[in-house]
Design a protein around this ligand. Structure first.
Ligand code: HPA
Length: 272
């Protein structure tokens, strides 16, 4: 069973390698909804639709236009993901993190994960970037469930240092230099897909969450399990619990704040 899971990851990594355009990535950059602009600054060698990765997105999300992009950003060979699959689409946590584990096998020692999130802490304003300093896993799922894949990491990996202090220091330095108002805080990962009730927002606030979203936590757990260094950023797309309207509203807010986040990602890669 475990050998089977490992074989799947190795197979996926092999497929990605064969489609990489010769890029040997050192960093995985996961770009959430509306945050694909980071790729504009990349020297692109190859683009691979999610559907081409065996065991990942299959046909149900082809319309979602997710893809892998191999190239160079700030002089660093990177594997970028434009979009991701989510638990709320019905995928297992194991499947959600397949690209993270494949990236590890391809030689990525670093992951920068981004997402759009709802702001809970009153200090957070729509359009701002929040550097994730810690997370709370409320997703009801964990990519490490099941027999441990010893080749990737230990059975009980610590999460005390899930988000790299080294990368956080670089991000802070960059934000200060460029006078970017970068906030910091705790990200709560929830299953979704509905947005939160007012009572749920009060609960999340009470347990120490500053922002809430439906992604990132599985990827971070899988990345830390296999020893990758992680940084995470949330673009605050709405005030959580005060959703007046739709997904389109969220995407518009993300679009407005995306350039700042893109410059942070590029800047971090340049200084690693
Ligand atoms: N809640 C959960 N996930 C989200 C939100 C939110 O308010 N905004 C963007 N992703």
């Amino acid at each position: 069973m475990n050998d089977e899971r490992l074989a799947k990851i190795r197979h996926a990594a092999g497929e990605l390698r064969s489609l990489s355009g010769g890029v040997e990535p050192r960093a995985l950059v996961v770009l959430g909804s509306g945050l694909g602009g980071v790729v504009d600054a990349m020297d692109v060698a190859s683009e691979v639709p999610f559907a081409m990765l065996p065991g990942y997105a299959d046909s149900t999300v082809i319309g979602h236009a997710g893809r892998f992009v191999f190239g160079t950003l700030s002089g660093t060979p990177v594997l970028a993901m434009m979009g991701r699959i989510h638990l709320y689409e019905g995928h297992s946590a194991d499947k959600v993190v397949l690209p993270v584990r494949a990236a590890h096998l391809l030689g990525c020692s670093v992951m920068i994960a981004t997402n759009a999130a709802g702001g809970i802490a009153p200090r957070l304003r729509v359009g701002q970037t929040m550097m994730i300093t810690d997370h709370i896993n409320l997703m009801g799922a964990n990519p490490l469930t099941g027999a441990n894949i010893d080749e990737l990491g230990v059975r009980f990996p610590p999460m005390a240092d899930a988000y790299s202090p080294r990368m956080a220091a670089i991000a802070r330095e960059l934000a200060d230099e460029a006078s970017i108002e970068m906030e910091e805080g705790v990200y709560a990962g929830v299953p979704g897909p509905n947005y939160e009730t007012p009572a749920e927002i009060r609960y999340l606030h009470a347990i120490g969450a500053d922002a809430v979203g439906m992604s990132t936590v599985p990827e971070v757990i899988a990345a830390r399990h296999c020893g990758m260094e992680v940084a995470g950023f949330s673009l605050i797309a709405n005030v959580a619990g005060e959703m007046t309207d739709s997904h389109e509203h969220v995407l518009a807010a993300v679009e407005a704040g995306a350039p700042v986040l893109a410059s942070l990602v590029a800047g971090i890669l340049a200084r690693l």
